[in-house]
Structures are given as C-alpha cells and as structure tokens.
Write a protein that binds this ligand. Structure first.
Ligand SMILES: [Zn+2]
Ligand SMILES: [Zn+2]
Length: 346
C-alpha cells in the first residue's frame, strides 16, 4: 500500500504527491479515506496561510472525513476491518479541567488536524483514535459521514441556543454552516426560518432546503426585512454564520425581545455591539467553539432521514484535483456551498 496526499506549498499553490503510510498506534484505527469535505477554514488557509506559521509548508489540510477501517491497533476492540466510520477530528488531552468537565471542545491542548501544525486528512490513509472514529450505520453513506463534522457545529449551535419546536429563527449567511444550521433547526421542529445572504444563488439553495423566507441584504435592509417577516417583532433566535462584523452587529436589532443570538461564524475583527439595546431587550448572546459529545446525535439525525446532508454538496473532485477544488472555492464562492473530495474514482 502506498499513501498519497495533497499539500499546500504556498498561498494558492497545492500539489499531489506521496506521503508516509501511517501505522496505527495501539488505540488507533487505520482508515482508507473515501470522502473529505473542504471547509471554509481550509480554504482560508490555502488562500492566506497563517502568519504565525510561516515555516509549516508543505502542509496537508482537511478535517471533514469518512472512510473504511483497514487495520486496527492492538488495544482496539470496538472496531473491525471493514467498518465504515466518520472522524471527529479534534484529539483532546482527556486530563484538563475542560476535558474532565465534558466540555472537551475547550481543551487548550487539543490536536486538531488541518490546524497548524497538525497535518490534516486529505490523505488516502489516516490513523486516528478509535474512540473518535464513529461507526456509520447502514443507511448513512461515507459522503454523508464526511459532512457530519459541519453538521456537528450547527447542531451544537442550535442546541446551545435552546432551539425548540414552535420558535422562529433568522440565519445570517447561506454558506455551508448557514445551510446546515437550517437543516438542524428544521430537524428540531422549527419551520419559520428566514435566511439572509448577499447572493441570490445561495438564497435559492436555502429555499430549496426549506427556508420559509429569504432576504438579500444587498437589495433590502436585512434588519427591517427580517423583523417585518417575523410579525414586526423579530425572530426568537438569530444565528450569525457569515463571519461578518456587519451581520454580527445587526443581530441585536433583529432579534425579538427576550430572544437569543448565537454567534457561530468566525467573526474576525472588532464588532460594535449596542449593549444598551441588548439589555433593554433582555437578549442572550451565546457562542460556541466547535462541538462536544454530539457526533452520535448527528449520525442518528441523518440515519433517521431527518437531515439530508447530500443536499448541500455542490461538486465532487478526485484527490488529485483537490488543487482545483480549492481554487473553485475561491473563484466560484457564490455558487459553491460544499466541495467534496472523492478519494475513489471509477
Ligand atoms: Zn470545518
Ligand atoms: Zn484537555
């Protein structure tokens, strides 16, 4: 067996080539990768790099993956060769206050593939801890398995916001995370959802996936439009998934009195927040970083048919063409919700 990967060599330059074959440690499984989603954070690194890690190249991206177990470490009793699994990427210490307390997503010593310096999983073979390789039931394909990772972000956000049947919601941003948030909220019984974005092509997708209303923030004032669509008083829940300071600052005016704002996107920079208005409306602002203890719930939601993850995939690329996938994610941003690498062709 030989192993291959795609490496970032410098900003906007990536190459395909051989890489070391991993040997699974005692508590690991060796996985032949089948699908890997391209995440916004991967594209960001590909385009801009990370200034703190100028010497990290060549670097392998990817953290949304699924595949088939081809070998197991000697202590592994939970998995066998042939199992199909999806990977929860973050490997935490298991010892710190946050790991012990169940909020392991906050572990300061996490090793997260594709975050420098830990190589990602855009490789044909990957060794990973068995307890972070979740078996996929018969009804869930590996391509859906690869997208459990972004769904985990959305499901965590929806839960943390206290989403429940009968509520109304606005989602700012109709990219991958916005759309999986839409799918998560709908699976939780929320139907009165408005999605806001700058591109009609993305809003069409939101409608297709069940948004009750869409608002193009280029052509109307999103705060006025969303409030009007929600009885003039605004929605119970507002999710910022666009990673935009403009959108984030609009959430306060948009939300219903007593409502909850959930910051899901990576909002870079300083955002002006009207704290007086927030207090007058008694709003709750929440955030979440990645996810913890949610993969089984997400897999179950897909297996039961409540969430259709295939619906967010825009295009497939073989591993050798990952460089093209990353370029397309930049140049065709408006129409590319999710690019997925398919390792096995033919
Ligand atoms: Zn991701
Ligand atoms: Zn820890």
């Amino acid at each position: 067996m030989t192993n291959h990967a795609c490496f970032v060599l410098e900003n906007r330059r990536m190459a395909y080539g051989p890489v070391e074959m991993p040997v699974p440690k005692d508590d690991e499984v060796l996985i032949r990768m089948k699908f890997c989603g391209v995440c916004g954070s991967d594209v960001h690194f590909y385009e801009h790099g990370e200034p703190e890690f100028p010497d990290v190249y060549p670097f392998i991206l990817g953290h949304e993956g699924a595949g088939e177990v081809v070998a197991v470490g000697r202590n592994v009793t939970t998995h066998k060769v042939g199992d199909r699994v999806c990977l929860e990427p973050g490997i935490t210490c298991g010892k710190c206050e946050w790991c012990r307390g169940g909020r392991y997503n906050l572990c300061p010593d996490v090793v997260f593939p594709s975050a420098p310096r830990e190589p990602g999983i855009l490789r044909r073979y990957v060794a990973h801890p068995a307890d972070l390789a979740f078996r996929l039931p018969d009804g869930v394909s590996c391509e859906e398995g690869a997208l459990i990772e972004p769904l985990a972000v959305a499901m965590t956000a929806a839960r943390a916001a206290g989403a429940r049947i009968g509520q109304s919601a606005a989602i700012l941003g109709s990219g991958c995370i916005g759309l999986v948030t839409l799918l998560a909220l709908r699976a939780m019984g929320i139907t009165n959802i408005t999605v806001v974005d700058l591109f009609d092509i993305r809003l069409d997708k939101a409608r297709e996936l069940g948004a009750a209303n869409v608002v193009n923030a280029r052509s109307e004032d999103p705060v006025e439009a969303v409030r009007a669509l929600h009885g003039g008083i605004g929605p119970d829940l507002v999710f910022e998934t666009a990673g935009s300071t403009t959108a984030a600052s609009q959430t306060i005016r948009m939300a219903k009195r007593g409502g909850t704002i959930m910051i899901v996107g990576n909002v870079v920079g300083q955002t002006p927040i009207d704290f007086q208005l927030m207090t007058n409306k008694e709003l709750t602002i929440r955030s979440n970083f990645r996810y913890a203890n949610i993969y089984p719930t997400c897999i179950d939601a897909v297996a039961s048919g409540r969430i259709n993850l295939r619906s967010i995939i825009s295009r497939y690329y073989p591993l050798e063409q990952a460089p093209q996938a990353f370029e397309d994610c930049i140049t065709e941003k408006a129409s590319m919700v999710k690019a997925v690498i398919r390792f096995e062709t033919a």
